[in-house]
Design a protein around this ligand. Structure first.
Ligand code: ADP
Length: 264
């Protein structure tokens, strides 16, 4: 069984329990986000992060050149290196790869992003974000074949060799499709998709692929990306997708046992 596990990077996510839970398994890859680390570094560098909301309600980072440089430093630098070290402490050889390494995640630059500004929809041109066109599954299988665990995160690279930021949930979905994964586990700082974001008891437990459009209106902001990633993964042949908490002990095992929102 191949599983792709993605751990979020927003405040409240915990990496250590995820790594502890994974090291007893074989045949998995880890994808990481790191939004909180990017925001903290951006603040410290005097260029705070900005977020854009698309007309359909998806919230994304504004990747201007300074922000993109911060993404590279925080994600491909600190967060990824720390994740690889967390495996090393448990005796597991992990290899950190951004989407740029080995051209693992190929993307097309989005030319201008549409964003809602007050009452208006504006075209933001100064943005280096991309849409994933291909993930190199062979490269990941090669690394796994050497007995190493791939640890993957943003950014990605275009065919012209430009660095572009892409969403880590999207990377996880495309990695899962490229590997023909049995399961994609998206671990985050909430128990799963909630009907009411302020009520942890309002967890949506099961979603059939035909019902995804019906539950999408519950998902605001960045949760929307996870539901869209789940939809993409299922459409690409992944067996099931679970959105679940990274805040419990044994988060991967709990998610695979069905604790969270299971899309199938
Ligand atoms: P991560 O970094 O863990 O990937 P994100 O911040 O990108 O996390 O997405 C998780 C967040 O999505 C939650 O903390 C919550 O604030 C927000 N959210 C919006 N709508 C919902 C919903 N319906 N159910 C759960 N979370 C939601």
């Amino acid at each position: 069984m191949t599983i792709v596990v993605k751990v979020g990077g927003a405040l409240g996510n915990r990496l250590d329990p995820v790594v502890s839970d994974l090291v007893s398994r074989t045949d998995y890859v880890l994808v990481h986000g790191g939004s909180e680390s990017v925001d903290r570094l951006a603040e410290a560098l005097g260029h705070p992060s900005e977020y854009l909301t698309s007309p359909s309600g998806v919230v994304s980072r504004h990747n201007d050149p300074a922000q993109l440089a911060t993404v590279v430093m925080a994600l491909a630098g600190t967060v990824q290196t720390e994740a690889v070290a967390a495996f090393a402490r448990r005796g597991v050889r992990a290899v950190g790869l951004s989407g740029v390494d080995g051209r693992l995640v190929l993307a097309e630059r989005k030319h201008g992003v549409r964003a809602v500004l007050g009452e208006r929809v504006v075209h933001v041109r100064d943005d280096w974000s991309g849409t994933i066109t291909r993930v190199d599954g062979e490269l990941l299988r090669g690394i796994a074949g050497l007995g190493c665990v791939p640890v993957i995160g943003p950014p990605a690279i275009t065919a012209q060799g430009e660095i572009v930021n892409v969403d880590a949930d999207r990377i996880a979905a495309e990695v899962a499709v490229a590997l023909g994964a049995d399961a994609l586990v998206l671990l985050t700082n909430v128990p799963g998709l909630l009907r009411d974001v302020s009520d942890p008891a309002s967890l949506v437990r099961r979603v059939d692929r035909s019902e995804i459009d019906a539950v999408l209106p519950f998902a605001e902001g960045r949760m929307r990306k996870k539901v869209l990633a789940a939809q993409r993964a299922l459409a690409g042949g992944v067996g099931r997708v679970v959105i679940a908490s990274s805040q419990v002990d044994g988060p991967v095992s709990h998610a695979l046992a069905g604790e969270g929102t299971v899309f199938s």
